[in-house]
Design a protein around this ligand. Sequence first.
Ligand code: ZN
Length: 136
Amino acid sequence: MKALKIDHIGVAVKSAEEASKIFKSVLGLQTEEEILEDRKLKVVMVKIGESRVELLEDLDENGTISKFIEKRGEGLHHMALEVDDVYKSVEKLKAEGYRILSDPAPGAGGTIVAFVHPKDVHGVLLELVERRKNDE
Ligand code: ZN
């Protein structure tokens, strides 16, 4: 297992369209919208060089992003690292005693993602992202 770079920073927002304005109009960045049906999320990816900001809007008022905003307001939600193999990474983390919140599953843009419990990462919800070789 090897982490390659910061893939993106996830931000919980009430409206992804509203939140994307500063990035598009003011900072001149490109954005891409995607609906994740199985996770009931609207995602706007803001491209910044090799990294991205992921604006997350919940389409379910009882979903995890809705609950996060209810509790703490809008703001930084998670940090995502690109890894070479998400399945092996999860296996290794589990063997070391880290708690995995969700096993590898499809994420935005054809990726496979898994989440590590924030209490095991010093208060930061950690997402592991693997890009499939044939993407982009
Ligand atoms: Zn993410």
